[in-house]
Design a protein around this ligand. Structure first.
Ligand SMILES: [Fe+2]
Ligand SMILES: [Fe+2]
Length: 292
């Protein structure tokens, strides 16, 4: 995690495009060739279902809802003129996320946790943005792509961090089967998704003018919401997840790494207003933190 090599942007506006393309291509190849999650190969053997349900009910509900939200989005109709690499990525990404949602729903079923009520099929903001790309001038097209990729990287980081922590909890409970056959894969998939988005954001950002980069940073900073917590009614579920996974350490375990990723992608690593912390804090304020 956090080991994405970053193309150099050192003071030149005329960068070798081939180098950047190859990083995006490399990440794309990884996404396409990584080990898939095969539903029939998941081992749902659970040593202590009551305990797992107690410890992980909130994050499972949250994660399953987020994963299930991409089902049936009709991704291919969204971006009539999208980059061929984005098209290839979204194809695999959709299959991955639908598979994650299905696996989590099955796990919840086995644990006797009711799957969260389905959200009405709403297209995530970063995908809606891609939908308007085709009607924009080239500079605005790039701005939209950079926002899409940055928001995507931040969302995937959050998903990855949640699965890393859920996996740790499962291992500490001795739930080896779920660790080996499900959560290890979920973690690595989200990491692969994040790496593609981040590489794509890097590539687009290096090709843009300063005003475009500033606009991207401004928009991300002022519109950021943790994935699955965009609507007011979704915030309590996200807050319970944050509390379960990180307790009092939510800032350093959840907000700070996502903020650092945003600063790296948007501001050449320089500090920005703590907009991620503020967004998470707003969610927590919707549900008083509880522990245990
Ligand atoms: Fe996922
Ligand atoms: Fe993902």
């Amino acid at each position: 995690m956090g080991s994405d090599p970053r193309p150099s942007r050192s003071g030149t506006s005329d960068l070798d495009e081939g180098g950047h393309v190859s990083i995006v291509d490399e990440r794309l190849t990884y996404v396409e060739t990584k080990r898939p999650l095969v539903f029939d190969e998941i081992d749902f053997t659970i040593v202590d279902p009551d305990r797992v349900a107690r410890e992980l009910a909130a994050p499972l509900e949250y994660a399953q809802r987020v994963e299930a939200a991409v089902v049936g989005l009709g991704i291919e109709t969204l971006m009539p003129r999208r980059d061929r690499r984005v098209q290839r990525f979204l194809h695999v990404w959709s299959i991955d996320e639908v598979g994650h949602g299905r696996a989590l729903a099955e796990l919840m079923d086995q644990l006797g946790i009711e799957a969260a009520p389905e959200l009405e099929p709403r297209i995530p903001l970063h995908n809606q943005l891609v939908g308007v790309v085709t009607r924009l001038s080239r500079p605005m097209h790039q701005v939209v792509e950079a926002i899409w990729a940055t928001a995507g990287a931040m969302n995937e980081h959050l998903a990855m961090a949640a699965y890393v922590r859920m996996d740790e909890i499962l291992r500490s409970l001795g739930e080896r089967a779920l660790h080996e056959s499900l959560f290890r894969t979920l973690r690595s998939h989200e990491s692969a998704h994040k790496s593609f988005y981040a590489a794509y954001a890097d590539e687009v950002m290096t090709q843009m003018d300063r005003w475009q980069r500033r606009l991207v940073a401004l928009i991300v900073q002022h519109t950021y919401q943790p994935v699955g917590a965009g609507a007011k009614r979704d915030r309590p579920a996200f807050a319970r997840t944050v509390t379960t996974l990180a307790g009092d350490h939510w800032e350093e375990r959840i907000a700070t790494p996502i903020q650092a990723l945003a600063e790296r992608l948007l501001n050449e690593g320089r500090e920005m207003d703590p907009f991620v912390r503020d967004a998470v804090a707003r969610c927590l304020a919707s549900e008083p933190p509880r522990t245990g």
